[in-house]
Design a protein around this ligand. Structure first.
Ligand SMILES: Cc1cc2nc3c(=O)[nH]c(=O)nc-3n(C[C@H](O)[C@H](O)[C@H](O)COP(=O)(O)O)c2cc1C
Length: 186
């Protein structure tokens, strides 16, 4: 995949929350107005499209693999994600991905994601890690980049979830805001 050299960073306001819901395959069923405004896509351009419509080529594939493994296992997961806007600009978000249960049947009916702008010091650390993982993926494949991520976490003596918790705790009001939004959208 090619990089997008001319993109500028889009700043996300503290009160903005990008929400989307997908089916079990990652096809967007719902996107909120902050998602449309920040990504530059009309709601009608987002709904019924695969969620990789905002995939940025700087994101290592190993991050999405981990995310999908967790969701398919019925578990939620936090991740820091760089997304691509329609005009080639980009925005960094702290994201909680979660499952949606069918209201009457005992099965997962799809997934939901809540995102806030990632703090700049988090972006500094994560963008460096992702650039290293991406380079490793290009040269040696995704398994090598997964191992590199595991080593990075080992060096901090943390699990992935523990590391993400430190990041989420630093994202302004993310947890309380998430709880409020989860009540509205799940
Ligand atoms: C609820 C939900 C939200 C998602 N949000 C994003 C997102 O904001 N950005 C993104 O690049 N991928 C997101 N994905 C993952 C995409 O579906 C896809 O796996 C990813 O963009 C990698 O694309 P690729 O598999 O075509 O390489 C989301 C998936 C789900 C289930």
């Amino acid at each position: 995949m090619n990089s997008v050299p001319n993109g500028k960073e889009i700043k996300i306001g503290d009160q903005q929350m990008i929400v989307s819901r997908t089916d079990t395959k990652g096809i967007i069923e719902y996107a909120n107005h902050d998602f449309s405004e920040i990504s530059g896509y009309a709601l009608s351009e987002l709904v019924n499209k695969p969620h990789n419509i905002v995939r940025h080529p700087d994101m290592p594939a190993a991050v999405f693999k981990l995310m999908w493994e967790r969701l398919k296992n019925g578990q939620d997961i936090y991740a820091v994600v760089k997304n691509l806007a329609k005009n080639g600009d980009y925005y960094w978000v702290t994201t909680k991905f979660d499952i949606r249960k069918h209201p009457f049947e005992n099965r997962v009916s799809g997934f939901v994601a809540y995102r806030q702008g990632a703090p700049s010091h988090v972006v500094d650390v994560i963008s460096k890690l992702y650039a290293e993982m991406l380079e490793i993926e290009k040269v040696s494949g995704m398994e090598a980049s997964e191992k590199y991520l595991a080593g990075f976490l080992d060096s901090k003596r943390m699990t992935y979830d523990e590391y993400m918790n430190t990041i989420v705790a630093e994202s302004a009001g993310f947890k309380s805001f998430f709880k409020k939004m989860a009540g509205l959208f799940s």
